[in-house]
Ligand binder design. Sequence first.
Ligand SMILES: Cc1cc2nc3c(=O)[nH]c(=O)nc-3n(C[C@H](O)[C@H](O)[C@H](O)COP(=O)(O)OP(=O)(O)OC[C@H]3O[C@@H](n4cnc5c(N)ncnc54)[C@H](O)[C@@H]3O)c2cc1C
Length: 316
Amino acid sequence: MAEEVVDVVIVGSGPAGLTAAIYASRANLNPVLYEGFQSGGMPGGQLMTTGKVENFPGFPEGIDGQMLMTNMREQAVRLGTRMVMEDVEEVKVGAWPFRIITTSEECCEARSVIIATGATANRLPLDSEQRLWGKGVSACAVCDGALPVFRNRPLAVIGGGDSAVEEAVHLTQFGSKIYMIHRRDELRASKIMQKRAIEHPKIEILWNKIVDEFLGDERLEMLRLRDVQTGEGSEIEVAGAFEAIGHTPNTSILKGGLETTEMGYILTQPFSTATSVPGVFAAGDVQDSKYRQAITAAGSGCMAAMEAEKWLAELP
Ligand SMILES: Cc1cc2nc3c(=O)[nH]c(=O)nc-3n(C[C@H](O)[C@H](O)[C@H](O)COP(=O)(O)OP(=O)(O)OC[C@H]3O[C@@H](n4cnc5c(N)ncnc54)[C@H](O)[C@@H]3O)c2cc1C
């Protein structure tokens, strides 16, 4: 793309970016959307890596994650979004109009920018984890926990923070027993969350343990654990393992140009997608450490497009 100044550039093609694109297109803002290629996941975002999505409204039987994202993309294109399948390397927010630099070194300038680059779930660096990813191994209990394959079966959550406890408690509705596997002898979660986990009759905390291997042929069947203090190995039977070891928001393209929270999420104003730089908006998981769902990402994408439209309309 040659140097040109557009009204809105959207970075990211998950539910947040594509919903922003749908709204911005309908507002005649002629958005350009950088879909990504390799950085921070794949075009279409995290739902491209999952099977059936059962909690996105409008699909009584659920919908395949890839199908949902393909449909959103088609909708955005039909309404007039210009798609560019490239990674953005930098968004320069220090001067206006903002400059967007991509891997092909082509550049465009934008009067407003919507950052919707998501947050990547941290994963255990094990070959067996990769092999069984989506086959019993997941990073989202709220998303996948209710699937029939996990019902009345023993399940595991790996981690010891607030999210890990939330995931474990959520899973107690479905699993027969929930193991929490934690590498320390104390949970990092807040006191109240610790109490919930420790006192729950279905949750058993396995202290000082790390996962050495995910075992199973077609699907996850067992976890091989190691005690970090004694070195002793053990195995537990589980039908599902949910990693809750944090997320890394994809913000490196901003080179520190926007304010972030302590955890690295883009800081937005309450009930808004406005960031610390006027004209730059953030939507979806990149600014949400709490809900991290497709529908909340889509909702904030809608907000970002409407806020960008208003911001542009008020420019002198
Ligand atoms: C295995 C799994 C299953 C899930 N299941 C469900 C479910 O059933 N229901 C549910 O509601 N939620 C589910 N989620 C959560 C849901 O996928 C996320 O909350 C949602 O996708 C967040 O949307 P997003 O648009 O903010 O970010 P993402 O979907 O992460 O999309 C980010 C986008 O940014 C792009 N990007 C990143 N860096 C760059 C760059 N430098 N340049 C250009 N593009 C870039 C990526 O390519 C991607 O297109 C699941 C998540 C996972 C991992």
